[in-house]
Design a protein around this ligand. Structure first.
Ligand code: 5GP
Ligand code: MN
Length: 328
């Protein structure tokens, strides 16, 4: 099935629906939230009733995204759920939204995403791994549906674009990403504003948490793996929450000789004590980190993936050494 057909199909679904429920994945990032809000604004222009849902425990949202106008997001299932078309954005796998009501029999799901390992869990799927971000798919849908890109929509979609492309530096940054950026800027998105809000308004605790992580960096296999870890104490002592470790792994990737960068952090929630969240980044296509993550119960992109594990740190690092070694 070609991508064009999927785009048409999803556009038809959106055109035909009156009431919708939009959602994304847990621990939403810039693309998740930008796509969610962008789609909400798109559907509002079509005079639909597009509710947005995020679980209550996602709040407060990561500091850098709190400025986004997401006040209307609901944290409870809507009473009229069965009347709503459910639209997942940026979610590769329905297990990444661990909310029971979204698995209710009989609900119709549209799945809009760019993860190459998307499980196609929707009744209708628009899954295009060549898209730089899910926001790009929302942008294409706006064109398909003849919806003008308004300034708020442009701002929201720009956040998804700029975060998922690593500020236009990752391999998913194609000419389409730049064309989209140009169009969003013409529609009123301000790169400088987004940069200030998303990348340069970080709470001071992040710098302290980064310092902890950098102080503990070590390299394995002649530097092919550059790794570090953060403990619960690191988070508590620096006054950080889980979102505050975002971006740390990219510092590790930037070091000469690194093939795979690894950040391991202990999860903070009481019920998740003993679990570790692992972030993997590879520098090029030599190693597909999503394959490693999938083998350990997670997933992601070729160069950015993650999983949650009960493995203790030494065993975990040993496992990663073996997995990376097999792909080298
Ligand atoms: P991060 O390391 O920033 O948490 O995640 C990087 C990417 O890996 C995410 O954009 C997402 O695609 C993927 N990812 C992270 N954790 C998981 C997980 O537990 N399951 C799946 N399927 N994907 C994950
Ligand atoms: Mn994305």
């Amino acid at each position: 099935m070609s991508v064009i057909t999927e785009l048409d199909q999803v556009a038809d679904e959106l055109r035909d629906a009156d009431k919708l429920l939009l959602t994304t994945h847990e621990n939403p990032d810039g693309d998740a939230l930008g796509s969610l809000l962008g789609m909400h604004l798109l559907l509002s222009q079509l005079e639909k009733d597009p509710a947005m849902f995020l679980a209550a425990d996602e709040f407060p949202l990561p500091h850098e995204y709190r400025y986004l106008p997401l006040d209307g997001v609901m944290n409870e299932p809507p009473n009229d759920l069965e009347e709503r078309l459910v639209v997942f954005l940026d979610c590769g796998n329905i297990d990444r939204m661990p909310v029971a009501f979204l698995r209710t029999d009989g609900i119709r799901i549209v799945n809009v995403d760019h993860h190459h390992d998307n499980t196609r869990f929707g009744e209708v799927n628009l899954v295009d791994p060549s898209a730089s971000c899910t926001a790009e798919l929302v942008w294409r849908l706006a064109h398909e549906l003849g919806v003008a890109i308004t300034e708020p929509m442009a701002e929201a979609l720009y956040v998804g674009l700029v975060t998922d492309t690593g500020r236009f530096m990752y391999r998913n940054t194609g000419s389409d990403a730049h064309r989209m950026a140009a169009e969003l800027i013409e529609a009123g998105a301000s790169p400088q504003k987004v940069n200030r809000q998303v990348f340069e308004s970080l709470p001071f605790c992040r710098l302290k948490l980064l310092a902890r992580a950098l102080a503990r960096v070590h390299r394995l296999d002649a530097g092919a793996i550059t790794a570090t870890h953060l403990t619960r104490e690191d988070f508590v002592d620096t006054g950080s929450d889980e979102h505050d470790s975002e971006g740390i792994v990219d510092h590790l990737r930037s070091v000469e000789g690194t093939v795979v960068a690894v950040l391991v952090r202990e999860l903070l929630a009481e019920e998740r004590a003993g679990l570790r969240k692992v972030s993997l980044r590879s520098v090029d296509d030599t190693v597909d980190v999503s394959r490693i993550a999938r083998g350990l119960g997670g997933g992601g992109h070729l160069q950015a993936a993650g999983f949650t594990t009960v493995l203790p740190l030494p065993e975990l690092l040993e496992r990663l050494r073996v997995e990376v070694g097999e792909q080298l």
